[in-house]
Design a protein around this ligand. Sequence first.
Ligand code: HEC
Length: 196
Amino acid sequence: MKIYSLLIASVLVTAPSVQSFADDQGPTLFKTICATCHTIGKGKLVGPDLKGVGDRHPEAWLIKWIKGSQAMVKAGDADAVKLFKDNSMIPMPDQALSDDQIKSLLAYIKTEGSEEEAAAPAAAPPASGVDQVTIATQKAAADQSKESGGLLTMFSFTEYILMFLMIIMLIIIWVLSTAIKSLAEKRVEDALKQKA
Ligand code: HEC
């Protein structure tokens, strides 16, 4: 029963995650490009902590900055020059991203920043008649896939182990049944030979 619940939970959890993964590139972009130099709420790395950056600058300024910060510094934009000086004059590399990509990045930075603060439990009302284990697993897996965002980490470690064990079990059953079948066939052949 537990294994079935886990499997059902994996399917339930995976379907919406894949969907949102495809729609929203913000988390992926952030992790692959920006996370080398920036955190959201975990302090300064090469660049400043980006938590609350949406409140520090207007969106148009941020889009312009991310596309070409040095151009702004050279043009004498006061905020840009100050940022550059405050960060030991390390230039942030220009990002070849579209406005939409930057907007989904900023949206991700905003939600990540507020989640840091509240860490609100996403209380989904339990559907009646659904196994409690299913709900618990679903929630745990949902939390995890939300946190990591990647396709590889969409399942929990336990789910991977269970899937792996199931595959091993199927292989064992297949090998045993083939062996038993050939043994039975041999017996019948032998018996027939003896009769003849
Ligand atoms: C190679 C390191 C590096 C990478 C990669 C990088 N940044 Fe930066 N970023 C910086 C530095 C350094 C600054 C500080 C300003 C300066 O020195 O030019 C900065 C500043 C910023 C600021 C202004 C922060 C503030 O407090 O006002 C924003 C917004 C920003 N980066 C967004 C991004 C985003 C979004 C990405 C990914 C697409 C990204 N950065 C990738 C190094 C980086």
